[in-house]
Design a protein. Structure first.
Length: 364
């Protein structure tokens, strides 16, 4: 996901140094997954997460030590998640630390690798990002990068044989994605290189659609915009959107009739139905069940409302396996702390848990 790009660009615009941390490998029980990233800035801010706990605390502390040296570097560190780290997970993780100093020439020019990565994210084009790890810390160089797509290979390497090896390795990863991974290369002078290959699937950003812009949806938006999803927000009342004072830059707002708006939505959407009308709720859910082109269909309301909707679907002889994908209620676990915010948090957790379970089942 591209959540790390914004803080990186901010630090570059401020001429600040930063360290980009990436989980390269995991084994056993770990609090993070391969590809997780966190950006550590010179003013001790952190954006993202690599699992929290003492692992993240120690990694960020080491990142601050690197920043204090004011040198460019890249290095791979292994952290056993046992007693020495004060964690009981029992596995281990490998973290890639990439340090970029202020005014780094590798980033402060047009057509840098960072600009190309940003452009690929905007186009939703999958790619492999290859990082050449600098094992010789005396060079004090920021990590060199290559970018491979199905149509192009962008290499910033002067070593042609190394560049050819990276291109071949990246092409293999695009065909059989196992991301990230580290491969070794030895050139004619017996110099050893480690290359970290990371498959980035921008095209698999999950589309989340929120139907309704009432008070609960407005409380939900600040949560959803910070998730790695493409967000759509639909209502036929402009004044309800106007009441939302949060960041709208990451939201595709559609002010139109609910049913007609559905025609332009992507496939396999994750939908949250939170409108002001039971009839509109039913019409949205019915259309989605007829089309059967959704990954998740959750609706706010009581268990009685959910049961009545299912009965109406059954009376119309809609396929049971499709109707069974319909979930109602969502966001109704609170007994004492009911508020738009608490309901919104629970709705978000229902969605997150569903996505996590779905992706875990696809991996197994």
């Amino acid at each position: 996901m591209d959540s790390w790009l914004k803080p990186v660009k901010t630090e570059i615009s401020l001429n600040n140094g930063f360290v980009l941390l990436t989980i390269i490998a995991t084994k056993g029980s770990t609090p993070c997954t391969n590809g997780d990233k966190i950006v550590c800035t010179s003013n001790e801010n952190a954006f993202g997460s690599i699992g929290g706990g003492n692992l993240e605390f120690k990694a960020l502390a080491f990142a601050q030590e690197i920043l204090a040296q004011k040198i460019n570097s890249s290095q791979l560190i292994k952290y056993p998640l046992g007693a020495t780290l004060g964690q009981c997970c029992g596995g281990y993780v490998k973290v890639l630390f990439e340090s970029f100093t202020e005014n780094d020439s590798a980033l402060n020019h047009k057509d840098s690798w960072l600009d190309k990565v940003s452009a690929l994210h905007k186009k939703s084009e999958d790619f492999v990002l290859a990082t050449i790890i600098d094992n010789d810390q005396k060079k004090h160089q920021s990590a060199q990068k290559c970018i491979y797509t199905n149509n192009n290979f962008f290499s910033f390497l002067s070593n042609n044989k190394l560049s050819n090896f990276v291109e071949e390795s990246a092409a293999n990863m695009m065909q059989k994605p196992q991301s990230p991974s580290v491969v070794d290369f030895e050139d004619e002078s017996k110099a050893m290189f480690q290359i970290c290959l990371e498959r980035v699937k921008t095209s698999e950003v999950l589309p989340v659609v929120v139907f309704g812009a009432g008070h609960i949806s407005r409380a939900l938006m600040p949560i959803l915009i910070n998730l790695p999803v493409k967000l759509y927000w639909i209502d036929d009342r402009q004044e309800q959107f106007d009441k939302y004072v949060g960041d709208k830059s990451k939201i595709n707002i559609i002010c139109d009739d609910f049913l007609s708006s559905m025609a332009d939505l992507p496939n396999e959407i994750y939908s949250l139905v939170i409108t002001y009308s039971h009839q509109i709720d039913f019409e949205i859910c019915e259309k989605m069940i007829i089309q059967n082109n959704f990954s998740y269909l959750g609706m706010i309301g009581s268990s009685i409302k959910g049961r009545k909707f299912r009965d109406r679907f059954a009376q119309k002889n809609y396929p049971k396996d499709v109707v069974d994908k319909f979930t109602c209620p969502i966001g109704e676990k609170q007994k004492f702390l009911k508020s738009p915010t608490s309901i919104a948090v629970t709705i978000a957790m229902d969605l997150i848990n569903f996505i996590e379970d779905k992706q875990q089942s696809e991996l197994s």
